[in-house]
Every structure is written in C-alpha cells, then in structure tokens.
Design a protein around this ligand. Structure first.
Ligand code: FAD
Ligand code: SIN
Length: 540
C-alpha cells in the first residue's frame, strides 16, 4: 500500500490535512478504530478565534488573544508561534465552515457567530455548536473526506511503528519511508509506504486513571516518534480539567470521564465548596475563570484541606431553560444520571485532559525526521507552553494542518531523479504465540494508570516521581517481554505506548526542578529562571 501522503489519525488535525492534501496527490488516512473515535469528536466548549473586526467582540484583537495565550502558558510559549497560529484563527473558521461545520449564531443577528468565554480568555471569542462542537466539526470533516475520491479512509488499522532509513540501518539522512500497521480484523501487519507522513494521533489522557479522554488517547504518536528517534518535549505539562462530573455511583474510570465544559463557567456557573464558598478566589482574582492549572490546583488543595470528595459547579441561579438550551448535551447527560442541574449543584472533580508537550515541531509541524510532520495534540509547537489556553487546540489542529501541507509541498516535492525507495522488510511474526495470559496486560494497564494518578498528578514531589520511575522500569520490562513474545493485539500495543509515554512524562517532570504552569512540585514550589526553557528529550 503506497500513497503520496500517509496520515495517521482522523481527528481535526488529520482530516483537515487530508482534505487539503487531496488536491495534490493520493492520501491514505489510518485510524485505529472508527473515524469518529477521537478526542475531536468529544470537544465541548469550542474553538477560539479572533474574527474579522465586524464580527468579533468589541475590543477584542489578535494581540489580546496572543496575550491571554502567553499568560496561560506561564513563560514557556514561543511568542512567534503563538502570533502565527492565533493570527490565522479567522482563516481556520472559514476553512471549517467551508467544510460544513455549523457554529451557533446570534439569534438577534444570524450574520454573527455567538461567541462564548472560557478560563483565561479576556474576551468572548469561542465559536461553538451548543456543547457538542467537536462532534459538529468531526462529522463535517468525515463527510467531506468520505466524498473525496483522492482520500482513502482506512478504519481499524493500528499504526505500530514508523519505518525510517535509520531503523533500516541506512546511513543516509534519516527520513520516513512508511509505517507498520496492524489490521485489527485479520491480525496481519501490513506496510503502508509514503515518504510524507503526518502523525495526527492526538493525546495520551489514558495514561491516567481518571481522564476526560476517550479510549483512543493512548499516546501512540509520541511513543512511535520517540522510538523512531524524533525529539519529544514538555511531557511534564499534562493539563487536568477542573470540572468532571463526580459520580460516586459509577464504578472505575467512568466515574470521572464526563466533562462539564468550562464554557458553563463562562456563562456564569460558580465553583464552590460544600459550604458554598468561592475558594478559587483565594488563589486568583479571576476565580473560576482563571487558567486551568490555577483552578485545578485550587480544587486539589480544597479537597485535601477539607477531606471532601468533590466541589460543586452551581448553575441553579441561571434562568430556567438556559442550560438546557445552551448546553443540551451536558443537561441531558446529567439528567440521565438523575441530576437536575437547574435545581441542584453539580459535583465535580479534576481529571487528566490534555497533553501540552509532544513531538517537537516548528510552526509548520515539521519534526526532526525528514518527511515526518506532527500536527494537533501529538505535537509540541510552542503554542501552549506550560499550560494550554482553553479552546486553543482545535484551532492549532486546523491551522497546523494547512501549514504542514504547504511546508511539505515546498520542501519535499517528489524529485524526478530521486533514488529508488529502499526495500522494506515484511513484518516478522517469528515464533510468537497468541497472548495466553491477558490478565497480565490488564493488570499492568490498571497499575500504570493508577500509579500515574497517585504519583504524577496535579501536585508532585520528588519522592513520588522517583517511585513512579522505579515502578515504570519494571513495567517496561514486563511489557517488552510480552510484546516480543506474543502475537500483536491492539491492547498490547496500547499498553506498550502508554508505558513509554508515562516514562517520558516522569523523565520530564523529574528534570524540571521548579514549579511552572501545569508542573507543580512541593519540593520546588516556585518558578526558577534556570528552568525557563523547554524540557527536550532525545533517544539517540
Ligand atoms: P484526535 O482528535 O484525538 O484524533 C486522534 C486520531 O488518531 C484518532 O482518529 C485515533 O483513532 C487516531 N490514532 C491514534 N493512535 C493511532 C494509531 N496508533 N494508529 C492509527 N490511528 C491512531 N479542545 C478545544 O480546542 N476546544 C474544546 O472545546 C475542547 N473540548 C474537549 C473536550 C473533551 C472531552 C476532550 C477529551 C478534549 C477537548 N479538547 C478541546 C481537546 C481537543 O479535543 C483535542 O486536543 C483535539 O481534538 C485533538 O485533535 P487531534 O486531531 O490532534 O487528535
Ligand atoms: C471545555 O469545554 O471545557 C474544554 C475546552 C478545552 O479543553 O479547550
């Protein structure tokens, strides 16, 4: 299987790229599950963008959006990158609307988009489709991709590893040649060839016991890029969303996976403790609408201080019908759990939400390996720094997709006299056997996610990080034996990637001996100029 462009991932990043690239050649889009199994499809609050002057909130500007992004990023954003991406917000909205996304409009003036507000934003600038913005974007992109004859959509195909000249032992400049991919139906491993590959595999929320992310978020792209020798950075900055529904009746991780959008706070919900006190205001005058790292830490502190199981998001003061109309998904889902949010406060707790670090790229998504681009949550472009500003990720996914294609066409145009592509060896199953002890995989999976939650969470210490490092070394060994000794399944591959990504998070966290943005450690509770830089890891 060979194509001009190989895209791994079918979220906003992968599909935005594919739809543009289709005008320049054949495109294969792989996804390990179904096309809509992505973080994109779950996004609620919306997409941040400063629209043309006649459509934006009075007083808003690209400069203000840049300033808010830099402020949230706690000194680690790359200002030039921020300016470039934020400056292309209006074009991103045009692209998504052009592909059929239907964002909410003002009822009084349908020519204007309705703009919401979220934590850290000084103005209303979030476009949304009620509280299911991601589903609106994802379904429209999938529909366009399905209708495009140049795009081949391949579901249930799990990318295992990138194939590079380096991995084949060639001494030429390291470049990508393709990927080994597991066909989940037949169990066969196939080779997908391309010398222009876009990693758009999303984040790694599943590395934590409690997360807002769907099952697909297992950090596969970061793990693959790491194994291929690409540079990885800032994995210590894992964003915890402050407000996930706390449902003691639900068992296991499901208990905390349902997000209550920050946009609910943007519309006036208050965040209070069991005594009705606005405890976040003690940490930041912006209270519940401070950037997420501050709010999540304030909740963590309050829960530890009071011994309570949760805090509360209160919308009972809003006019009747408002929440049902503006946030119908959240309203109905809470109702399905027996909670009428118009009458009683919503119990909430934080959960892992977004990976701010990832595969290091420039502002065009270009990685350190020739021909390999990373776009979307998998990438570390410099936009988010030490803490992402709400609703900047859908924006980044779309903007970087366009920039990546342009850079590829500029830099990696097919060369007429290029040497013949090297032979790629078929996957060797060797004498592996079907996995007989699945319990080992599930045990390790649970242990990993719990240990990351307990030891590498919102507030960290040296001791806990070192403990996590030791446990992860053991897990890595066990998973390696399992990987080499058994026929591959998606579960084995995901566990292997989760252990790799967890190790990168811990390595980055250990090396940052200060507190900044989302990385807060009791051993170094303040920022330190000596660490005013990205944490960059390279395997070889
Ligand atoms: P994803 O959308 O996650 O897509 C990843 C794709 O890669 C999937 O198709 C997956 O199947 C595929 N894949 C992964 N590994 C492999 C593999 N090994 N082989 C083949 N395919 C693979 N951001 C905002 O800006 N605004 C919001 O309102 C917002 N709300 C959110 C709400 C929730 C509940 C969550 C979880 C996230 C939210 N985010 C929001 C974050 C945002 O949704 C994501 O950062 C963004 O959608 C990521 O897009 P992506 O294209 O990079 O990856
Ligand atoms: C939310 O709706 O609260 C999520 C927004 C985001 O993660 O950007």
């Amino acid at each position: 299987m060979s194509s001009d462009f190989l895209v791994i991932g079918s979220g906003i990043a992968g599909l935005s790229f594919a739809l543009r690239a289709a005008a320049h050649g054949s495109v294969t889009v792989l996804c390990k599950g179904k096309l809509l199994d992505s973080n994109t499809a779950w996004a609620q609050g919306g997409i941040a963008a400063v629209l043309p002057e006649n459509l934006r909130t009075e007083g808003d500007s690209v400069d203000l959006h840049v300033a808010d992004t830099l402020d949230a990023g706690a000194g680690l954003c790359n200002e030039e990158v921020v300016r470039t991406i934020v400056g292309e917000g209006a074009a991103a909205i045009d692209d998504l609307v052009g592909n059929g996304a239907d964002f909410d409009r003002e009822s009084a003036d349908p020519a204007r988009f309705a703009l919401g507000k979220e934590g850290g934003h000084s103005k209303r600038r979030i476009l949304h489709a009620r509280d299911t913005t991601g589903r609106e974007i994802a379904t429209s992109l999938v529909e366009q991709a399905r209708a495009n004859p140049a795009i081949k959509l391949v579901e249930d195909h799990f990318a295992i590893d990138l194939i590079t000249t380096g991995k084949l032992g060639m001494v030429t400049e390291d470049r990508v040649l393709g990927a080994y991919v597991l066909d989940r139906h037949s169990g066969e491993v196939r080779i997908f060839r391309s010398d222009r590959i876009v990693l758009a595999t999303g984040g790694c929320g599943k590395v934590y016991l409690y997360t807002t992310n769907p099952d697909s978020a297992t950090g596969d792209g970061v793990a693959m890029a790491w194994r291929a020798g690409a540079r990885i950075a800032n994995m210590e900055f894992i964003q915890f969303h402050p407000t996930c529904f706390y449902n003691p009746a639900a068992i296991g991780p499901e208990a905390r996976s349902f997000l209550i959008s920050e946009a609910v706070r943007g519309e006036g919900a208050t965040l209070v403790n069991g005594r009705g006190e606005d405890f976040v205001a003690r940490s930041d005058p912006r209270g519940a609408l401070a950037p997420r790292d501050i709010v999540a830490r304030a909740i963590d502190r309050e829960l530890k201080r009071t011994g309570a199981a949760c805090v509360y998001l209160d919308v009972t003061h809003k006019p009747k019908g408002f929440i049902r109309e503006r946030f119908p998904y959240i309203h109905d889902k809470l109702a399905s759990f027996g909670l009428d949010c118009e009458k009683e406060p919503i119990p909430v707790v934080p959960a892992a939400h977004y990976q701010c670090g990832g595969v290091v790229t420039d502002v065009d998504g270009k990685t350190s390996i020739r021909g390999l681009f990373a776009v979307g949550e998998v990438a570390c472009t410099g936009l988010h720094g030490a803490n992402r500003l709400a609703s900047n990720s859908l924006l980044e996914g779309n903007v970087l997709a366009r920039r990546a294609l342009e850079a590829m066409l500029r830099r990696y145009a097919p060369e007429k006299d290029a040497p013949a592509a090297p032979e790629i060896p078929a996957w060797e199953h060797g004498d592996t056997t079907p996995p007989d002890e699945l319990v080992v995989i599930y045990h390790n999976w649970d242990e990993l996610r719990r240990l990351m939650w307990d030891y590498v969470s919102i507030v960290r210490t040296n001791n806990r990080l070192l403990r996590a490092g030791t446990r992860l070394r053991n897990l890595r060994g066990e998973v390696r034996d399992f990987y080499w000794g058994h026929r591959l399944t998606a579960d084995i591959l995901e566990l292997r990637n989760l252990v790799a990504v967890a190790s990168l998070i811990v390595d980055c966290a250990i090396s940052r001996r200060e507190s900044r943005g989302l990385h807060h450690t009791l051993d170094y509770p303040h920022g330190d100029e000596a660490f005013h830089h990205d944490t960059v890891l390279r395997r070889f």
